[in-house]
Design a protein around this ligand. Structure first.
Ligand SMILES: [Zn+2]
Length: 63
């Protein structure tokens, strides 16, 4: 899954938040969702963007 795909999923998630529909489980990132938590999708997106930032940081450090 590339960054563009993640961006699309993120947009889909924002859309479902606006519509107040529980779309959890329909996104690629939902494999990271912990359904025991409140707003699992939001937490998954947070974790993914953090992971992406860390990956970018690591790749910058490498030649
Ligand atoms: Zn989810």
């Amino acid at each position: 899954m590339d960054d563009k795909q993640k961006k699309i999923d993120f947009d889909k998630w924002l859309e479902s938040e606006r519509k107040h529909q529980d779309m959890c489980g329909t996104y690629d990132f939902c494999k990271y969702c912990d359904k025991k938590l409140e707003n699992p999708c939001a937490k998954a997106v947070e974790a993914i963007s953090k992971a992406l930032n860390e990956t970018a940081y690591v790749s910058k450090k490498r030649p």
